[in-house]
Design a protein around this ligand. Sequence first.
Ligand code: CDP
Length: 787
Amino acid sequence: MATEAEEIRGIGHRVRRKEDDRFIRGAGNYIDDIHLPGMLHMAILRSPFAHAKINSVDGSRAQELEGVIAVVTGELMAQHNLAWMPTLSGDTEAVLATDKVRFQGQEVAAVIATDPYIAKDALELIDVDYDPLGVVINPEQAAAADAPLIRDEKEGQADNHIYHWESGDKEATDAAFAQADRVVSLDTFYPRSHPSPLETCGCLADVNPATGQATIYMTSQAPQLIRTVFALVAGLPEEKIRIVSPDIGGGFGNKVPVYPGYVVATAASLLLGHPVKWIEDRTENLISTGFARDFWMHGEVALKEDGTMTGLRVSLDADEGAFYADAQPSKFKVGLFHIVSGSYDLPAAHVVADGYYTNKAPGGVAYRCSFRVTEASYMIERLVQNAAYEIGMDPADFRKKNFIEKDQFPYKSATGFEYDSGDYHGAMELALEKVGYEQLRKEQAEAREQGRLIGIGLASFTEVVGAGPHKDYDILGIKMNDGAELRVHPTGKAHLKISSQTQGQGHETTFAQIVAEELGIQPEDIKVTHGDSDDTPYGLGTYASRSTPTVGAATAMVSRKLADKARKLAAHLLEVSEEDVELAKGRFTVKGAPDKAVTIQDVAFAAYTNFPDGMEAGLEGVAYYDPPNLTFPFGTYAVVVEVDADTGQWKVNRMVAVDDCGVRINPMVVEGQIHGGLCEGFGIAAMEQITFDEEGNCIGANFLDYLLPTAWETPRFELGETVTPSPHHPIGAKGVGESATVGSPAAFVNAVIDALWPLGVRNIDMPLTSAKVWEAIQAAKAGAAAG
Ligand code: CDP
């Protein structure tokens, strides 16, 4: 029956991405590629003011423009009880402003027209009467006693404070500091940045007035969750809502929240009986959606004279913008920031966080990170470098002295995480060896004597991904568990349906490889469906590197369920008892008689044609995975820079990244993920800057002001890997999509600070533009001259 086994391209194979075929042919199917009969177009009028009372919104002139079908105002939305909506963090957010606007770019009205250009033109004909109000653009201003009240519509909201959150043991931490030989502190600001995916946000809402069926094509990273939110917000029956996320041109967290545009387009489609399409332009995307970071942080570490860290204290103020709208697990107000003790064996730690409303677009999305782990990783990795220098140690030695040892895993952190596995010394040693650390330090010393500023920066990050165990992790009460459904057809080909939505990470390939590994069906014979809420199991979405830890695990588990049934079928075909059948790489053999075998294809056919009495036909199943723990990827990054003291320009000479994400499903995909993440980390460290002037005008509304690294600026990356499997994940994998964005900004900044440390520079906040670096050098020189 079975022929000699062909090698199965399962886990560990560098299988080329199936999806790339359609992408490189220009045959991807994005929202704007979808055209429906009778489709109308929507454009949104946005506020020019950061804070202003609205006296009136008059759409009558716009309504008269030929081609305009309707002008939608907040007042109209209010008549349908849709002027406000709940956010994923349990706050409320204006859909279209009625009382006042609270940030520049806020949605005020919408025009529906026969053509997208007419819709845009008509916006200029809408007359809005505003009375500007005082503006708050950072937490310090928000907390001032005389600060304008931003959320005056909220009952019981007397100030701009949103939450106070603590983690860790204050008493134990205070005791550690009281006994410390030395305390080193750092104040740093992680600036507002934007995920800026290639494809902006948008949707095409198609509500059939006759049947009540609502099909909404949407750039969403979480179609299943959005379906439930829509059912709750609009009061529509959930079975009549279908959210389809087709191909998505990058998300990086930008496409997790529910944006007002989705709601207005859906309401307009319902009221007008036509499909309504809304696609943001670049400026709209940059000023009004999905900002990240914006954390003002203070960190302190308690030290013994020999360099042992004994305690960590961090306090921070988070600028959440006008609506607290990001998706955090509801127990954790600042996401997983309490991973801030990082890779270090810190016996005591205490974190205090306060969130504030400001007159800025909602922020706090997890831009390529597991909630707030990026800010945490940056804080601790900057702090340990300064601590090492203050105490007179090499930063690599300082880290090695304080790392959690390999045999301490599973390791319980002072803020309550249980790290699953790690080998921090291993990753660090490999990175040091690859970059030639000892030799570099010698070259740096020689260069310094010649007046050249060479810097070597390290970052040894620990991430926390895979939210999460249902006990602690939910969004709006919905547990963060995910599903996979697998059907093997009679001819042995398969169809895997997964709850997570890809935005370019290669799920159609890597998840097929998991099935291939478990059942021995080649990945190209497995179709992977995702992103259609009518046709995939429930799940909370793709962000926070959670796909592999959750959906990857569900895929392995459903494959194993099918393997159990397949073994019974194989026993039937081979006429032996089930206990005597072994499955390896798609072949079922009889123990002790390896020539007696059937393939998975034989078994699949039998599942529909020749199954034993009493057995159900078919070979299919579904599994939902509740992770027992999160996974903790880690790595060490090393960066070498040279800074030009006269101009402040700095150039990356080397960038070595050693990552450990446990078992790698597809090493090529993993390397691609790391390259992308490093590129984004470099951009954040070097140039990405969205600022606001004192009137709350957003500076960074286009790619001339908000700089992204191009191929020209991006340094070359040298990668290395160690493999420490996750002990609780069915295939030993940890997430990886975001590690490099999380870990790398600190490595770049540490390298520049390392170069400038002898001059007396202790910190420069990102982005490290030439001007800021130059100013820091000048200030240090002036300080030295004065001193
Ligand atoms: O949730 P998201 O897909 O963004 O993140 P991820 O789970 O870290 O996965 C990113 C991509 O890398 C997916 O295609 C994964 O299947 C792949 N990956 C892998 O091949 N091996 C790992 N250990 C982790 C991820």
